[in-house]
Design a protein around this ligand. Structure first.
Ligand code: 13P
Length: 282
C-alpha cells in the first residue's frame, strides 16, 4: 500500500472511530399511558415505578401520562427524587391562540417537560395527522428546546403489501423535510412502532424490529448527509421499538444492537411488568 493510501485509510478510520465514540447512545424506556388511569391509580403507579427506578434502573425512564396528571405526578417525582422524567403525548404547532382543546409547547416548557411524542400512529389514524402536521409539530417542539419522540411505523396492510421500508422512509423524510441536522443534535428520539403490533399482543420479531431501525438510521444518515463519507448521523440518534413490549419479551429486544429502548403502552400501566422492561434495558 502506498504512503498516500495508508494515510487516507488512517484518516478514514479516524473519522469513523471518532463518530463511533460519539455514538454512545443512551438506553431509554418510555411509558405512554395513553388515555388511561385516574389520578389516584396513577399516583400509586408512579410511586411503584419510581421506587424501582431509584434502586435498579440504569437507563433513562420517561413517564408519559395524560396531560391532567403531569403536574401532580411531577410533584411526587420531585419530592421523592425519583429518577423519572415526564413527557407529553402530544402538543400543538402554535404557541398560543384560539385553539380550543389544544396544548401549547410553551405550556409543556412551563411544567419543565423535556419530551413530547409527535406523530403517534393513534394521532395519525384517529386524528388525521399527516406527515406535514407532524413536520410542523417537530419544528415547533425543537424551537422550544423540547425533545420530540417521533413515532413512525407501517400498518398491517402496508406490511403485507411489502411496503414497510418505503412507508417508514417516507415518514422520516417527510417529517424532517424542513428541519436541519444541527437543530436535532442531542434532542431527537425516534420510535419505530409498527401499527399492527400496537395493543395486539403481536410483538414484531426482534431481528425484524432491529432491521427496520437500522434502515431508519441509514435513512437519517442519507437525509442529513453533508459530505460524501459522512454517513453516520443516524448512528447518533436513540431509536426505540414500540408495540406489545412486555416484561416477557423485553430482553430479546434489548440485546439487538440497533434497539436503544422501548416505547411501552399497555405494560407501562402495570408496575411489575414495566419494571421488568426497565431492567431489561438497564
Ligand atoms: P402497546 O405497548 O400497548 O402495544 O402500545 C405501544 C404504543 O403505542 C406506545 O406508544
Amino acid at each position: 500500500m502506498s504512503n498516500f493510501n495508508q494515510l487516507s485509510l488512517k484518516l478514514e478510520l479516524n473519522e469513523i472511530l471518532g463518530d463511533r465514540k460519539l455514538e454512545n447512545r443512551p438506553k431509554i424506556v418510555a411509558g405512554n399511558w395513553k388515555m388511561h388511569a385516574n389520578l389516584k391509580d396513577s399516583q400509586a403507579l408512579i410511586e411503584d415505578v419510581g421506587r424501582f427506578a431509584k434502586a435498579d434502573a440504569n437507563c433513562k425512564v420517561i413517564i408519559i401520562p395524560p396531560f391532567t396528571h403531569i403536574f401532580p405526578l411531577s410533584l411526587i417525582v420531585e419530592k421523592n427524587h425519583y429518577p423519572l422524567v415526564m413527557g407529553a403525548q402530544n402538543m400543538y404547532y402554535e404557541d398560543k391562540g384560539a385553539y380550543t382543546g389544544e396544548i401549547s409547547p410553551l405550556m409543556l416548557v412551563d411544567l419543565d417537560i423535556k419530551y413530547v411524542l409527535i406523530g403517534h400512529s393513534e394521532r395519525r389514524q384517529l386524528f388525521n395527522e399527516s406527515n406535514q402536521i407532524v413536520n410542523r409539530k417537530l419544528q415547533k417542539a425543537l424551537s422550544h428546546n423540547l425533545t420530540p419522540i417521533l413515532c413512525v411505523g407501517e400498518s398491517l396492510d402496508e406490511r403485507e403489501a411489502g411496503l414497510t421500508d418505503q412507508v417508514v422512509k417516507r415518514q422520516i423524510v417527510a417529517s424532517l423535510s424542513t428541519i436541519d441536522r444541527e437543530s436535532l443534535a442531542n434532542k431527537f428520539i425516534v420510535a419505530y412502532e409498527p401499527v399492527w403490533a400496537i395493543g395486539t399482543g403481536q410483538v414484531c420479531q426482534a431481528n425484524e424490529a432491529n432491521r427496520v431501525i437500522n434502515l431508519i438510521r441509514f435513512t437519517l444518515s442519507q437525509h442529513f448527509k453533508t459530505k460524501d463519507n459522512d454517513t453516520l448521523f443516524g448512528d447518533s440518534i436513540p431509536i426505540l421499538y414500540g408495540g406489545s413490549v412486555k416484561g416477557s419479551n423485553a430482553k430479546e429486544l434489548a440485546v439487538q444492537p440497533d434497539i436503544d429502548g422501548a416505547l411501552v403502552g399497555g405494560s407501562s400501566l402495570i408496575a411489575p411488568d414495566f419494571c421488568e422492561i426497565i431492567k431489561a434495558f438497564s
